[in-house]
Design a protein around this ligand. Structure first.
Ligand code: FES
Length: 150
């Protein structure tokens, strides 16, 4: 199946099976390895990207659902020569431990701040609840998001 997809502002024409998980297209077809495979079942959030501006679990999103759409991954979050404010905050707060889940965490946080620039702590906790971290970096994640919030 040939489909068009815009990823981080670049258009792609891809020849892939319709039911291929978007995550495999991002990682294996496009070589964008920042988006991670965790559970593969839509449960952990490690694979979170934005699809048409909404957070999406790319492991459980068939690529045909993204056809013609706009995908943003962690690689596209900042500018070409700068980090996103959340990425700067992640560094400043020393958020990551093993780091594996963090791109999904940041993509969820970015969607939160795009839709609610001044979230309360409860808003942050609720928005991030679907992103699991086995290292338990939750308190630093909240602090980093709060530091960027208006
Ligand atoms: Fe997609 Fe866990 S890898 S939600």
């Amino acid at each position: 199946m040939a489909l068009r997809l815009t990823v981080n502002g670049q258009q792609h024409s891809l020849d892939v099976e319709a039911d291929t998980p978007l995550l495999w297209v991002i990682r294996d077809e496009l070589g964008l390895k920042g988006t991670k495979f965790g559970c593969g079942a839509g449960l952990c959030g490690a694979c979170t990207v934005h699809l048409n501006g909404q957070p999406a679990r790319s492991c459980s999103t068939p690529v045909e659902m993204a056809a013609g759409g706009r995908v943003e991954t962690i690689e596209g979050l900042g500018g070409s020569d700068r980090l996103h404010a959340l990425q700067e905050a992640w560094i400043a707060q020393g958020v990551p431990q093993c780091g594996y889940c963090q791109s999904g965490q940041i993509m969820s946080a970015a969607h939160l701040l795009a839709s609610n620039p001044a979230p309360s702590r409860d808003d942050i906790v609720a928005a991030m609840a679907g992103n699991l971290c086995r290292c338990g970096t939750y308190s630093r994640i909240i602090a980093a998001v709060e530091s960027v919030a208006a």
